[in-house]
Design a protein. Structure first.
Length: 194
């Protein structure tokens, strides 16, 4: 798993390097949080979910309890088709897991102040982001992709977690939840249909 995590960081870093010239004039700053409150879904891979779970494991008990409630609330709202603020957005409008944030968050920026139109991004960055997502799904070929709260919920299942950590591929284990919560099978998304 360490090798996969290392490859994931390589994708993150390459994206940062290859898009730096386009993102150099971004107006984003700590606490703006437009993307954390208005962008809809934050998709992650199971590999990114492991990294986030590790960060969550470092929280103090009151923070962990509050986060568990926020994640459960997010699941309920999304199951009802409602948008919700990111469960990791703190009251000070900063990210609780910023250093471990998934690629969905890392790729977001805006060249103009966000308003009703949302963020303004360069076309080349969007293109590079699509490539990076495909690479992340390929690295995590025995895993899944989907909304952050749903993937973290799945990783909370000891059975699924042990299958995933063993490198086994058993999509039947998540079939019912996966279909109802729009979970993608990374192997299918990356074109590897072994």
């Amino acid at each position: 798993m360490d090798a996969k995590i290392s490859r994931m960081w390589t994708v993150y870093n390459r994206f940062e390097e290859e898009t730096a010239e386009f993102r150099g004039n971004a107006v984003c700053e700590p606490g703006c949080a437009f993307c954390c409150t208005n962008m809809g879904t934050v998709d992650i891979t199971t590999l990114e979910g492991l990294l986030i779970r590790e960060q969550m494991g470092k929280l103090k008990r009151p923070q962990a309890a509050a986060l568990a409630k926020a994640l459960n609330r997010d699941i309920r709202k999304r199951e009802q088709g409602q948008k919700n603020n990111c469960p990791f957005l703190q009251k000070n409008r900063r990210c609780q897991i910023y250093t471990s944030r998934p690629f969905s968050c890392r790729q977001l920026y805006s060249l103009k102040r966000c308003g009703e139109q949302g963020p303004t991004v360069h076309r080349q960055v969007v293109k590079q982001a699509r490539t990076a997502v495909a690479q992340l799904q390929s690295i995590d070929e025995t895993g899944y992709s989907g909304h952050l709260s749903f993937i973290l919920h799945m990783l909370g299942s000891e059975k699924l977690l042990s299958v995933y950590l063993a490198g086994e591929f058993k999509p039947e284990e998540i079939m019912v939840f996966g279909k109802s919560h729009q979970i993608a099978i990374n192997r299918m998304m990356s074109g590897d249909r072994r």
